[in-house]
Design a protein around this ligand. Structure first.
Ligand SMILES: [Zn+2]
Length: 249
C-alpha cells in the first residue's frame, strides 16, 4: 500500500536515541523515514538502523561537506561500503556540491568528481540520487542533466523559483521542509512546485526556530503545504506518498 506520510530526508544517526525518534514519528503517523548517510561512520549506522526498523530506510553516500575532511583512503572505503550495500538501500545520498563550504578550486573539483562518481553508481544500480546543492544549484542540475540522471531528489531545493522550475522541467522531485512554515520566500517557491514533483522532509535534526527537527514534524510540514496550495492535507499526503513510492520503490 502507498504510504501517506513520509520523511523523505533526515539523519537519524545524528540523534543520541534514534529508536525513540522513530517511535515518536510512528506515533505521529509517519510511515516511512529515509535516513541519509553523510560520512563513513554514518554509513554503517544508517545501514544498521534500516535493518532494525520496518519504517526506516537508508540512502548511502558521502555529504559534500563531510567529504572535505576525508582523505583518499576514507573516500575509497566509503565507496566500498556503498557498493557492498547498495542493493538493500533506497537511494544514493546525501551527495552533491556545496560551494559555500568548498571555497577553493581544488575542493570544488573534488566535490564535482565524487558527485559524478556517485551519479554513475546510482545509474548503474538503477537507484535514485539524493542531492544536496548549496551555492552550486545550477551546476548540480547541469551535471545531472548532462549525465542523464532521471531518478533525482533535490533535497531542500526551495531557495529559488528559477532553479526549482528547471528541476521540475527535468522531471526531478523536490522536497520541502519545516522552513516553509516560517520563511516566506521558500513558501512562495513551494507554491510554484507541482504536487506531482513534491516530497516532504525534515532534514532532522537540523534546527528550525531554535528547535531540533524530528521526523514526527512531517504532519506539520504537510499542513503547511496544504495551506499554501489551498488543497486538503489528504491531497498533499497522497501526492507526496505516491511520489515517494514511485521514486524510492
Ligand atoms: Zn541532509
Amino acid at each position: 500500500m502507498t504510504p501517506l506520510l513520509c520523511d523523505s530526508h533526515c539523519h537519524l544517526d545524528w540523534f543520541d536515541s534514534p529508536e525513540d525518534v522513530v517511535k515518536r514519528a510512528e506515533d505521529a503517523g509517519v510511515e516511512v523515514i529515509l535516513s541519509n548517510a553523510t560520512s563513513l561512520a554514518s554509513l554503517e549506522k544508517n545501514i544498521a538502523l534500516s535493518k532494525k526498523s520496518r519504517s526506516v530506510r537508508c540512502a548511502l553516500g558521502i555529504h559534500p561537506v563531510d567529504l572535505l575532511s576525508m582523505d583518499n583512503a576514507g573516500i575509497e572505503g566509503a565507496f566500498r561500503v556503498v557498493e557492498e550495500n547498495i542493493s538493500s538501500a533506497s537511494a544514493v545520498g546525501e551527495v552533491g556540491m556545496d560551494f559555500k563550504r568548498a571555497s577553493s578550486q581544488v575542493q570544488r573539483a573534488l566535490q564535482e568528481r565524487v558527485f559524478r562518481r556517485f551519479i554513475s553508481l546510482a545509474k548503474a544500480h538503477d537507484k535514485p540520487v539524493v542531492v544536496h546543492a548549496r551555492w552550486a544549484e545550477p551546476q548540480c542540475l547541469s551535471i545531472l542533466e548532462e549525465m542523464g540522471a532521471s531518478k533525482v531528489h533535490m533535497h531542500w531545493f526551495t531557495n529559488s523559483a528559477k532553479n526549482a522550475g528547471r528541476a521540475v522541467k527535468l522531471g526531478y522531485h523536490i522536497s520541502c521542509g519545516p522552513i516553509i512554515i516560517s520563511d516566506r520566500p521558500s513558501a512562495s517557491v513551494v507554491k510554484g512546485i507541482p504536487l506531482e514533483n513534491l516530497l516532504l522532509e525534515t532534514d532532522a535534526p537540523v534546527e528550525f526556530l531554535g528547535e531540533r527537527a524530528e521526523p514526527s514534524w512531517i504532519p506539520r510540514v504537510c499542513s503547511a503545504v496544504a495551506e499554501l496550495k489551498g488543497v486538503s492535507k489528504r491531497e498533499v499526503s497522497s501526492f507526496t506518498g505516491r511520489n515517494f513510492s514511485s521514486l524510492f520503490g
